[in-house]
Design a protein around this ligand. Structure first.
Ligand SMILES: [Zn+2]
Length: 148
């Protein structure tokens, strides 16, 4: 059997945004979308305002991936709130709250017109599931009394 040496062609592209000499581009090689400095600054300002509204239990997070995005993250990182932005009208049309283990996304997600309603909805969904799981556990344990 002939063995071949496989070389990895995958190169790691940097996520460090560059400011290019032409135009108002502020974009990293890994993104390559051509994000603008203005969009970056808008995301930073949006994050600052959102955290201001949500209160001291949240911190801003701004990231780039085919555009600049932002969210507010709870200090324990279990809740994330991000706006839905109408890019044509350039306005916030709603919010999505993600709840679950720290990391990308969330185990539960809910959207609504206001961040307050989105958070309430996502917590209600999590509570419903927690109650359902508690019910299953109780049911099973009732049938297993005396068993080790
Ligand atoms: Zn970019």
């Amino acid at each position: 059997m002939k063995t071949t040496t496989k070389r990895t062609l995958k190169r790691t592209l940097s996520w460090k945004p560059h400011r290019y000499v032409w135009g108002d581009i502020y974009c990293s090689p890994a993104c390559g979308y051509g994000c603008t400095r203005e969009a970056f600054e808008q995301a930073q300002e949006g994050a600052r305002l959102l955290v201001e509204e949500l209160g001291p239990g949240f911190k801003p997070r701004v990231w780039e991936n085919l555009g600049w995005h932002y969210e507010a993250v709870s200090l324990d990182k279990t809740m994330k709130v991000s706006p839905s932005i109408d890019r044509i009208k350039d306005e916030i049309v709603g919010y999505t709250a993600y709840f679950g283990e720290p990391g990308p996304g969330g185990r539960w997600a809910a959207s609504d017109k206001t961040w307050r309603k989105a958070i309430r909805k996502v917590l209600e969904e999590a509570e419903l599931e927690a109650a359902s799981v508690r019910g299953l556990l109780e049911s099973y344990r009732k049938t297993q009394r005396g068993r080790r």
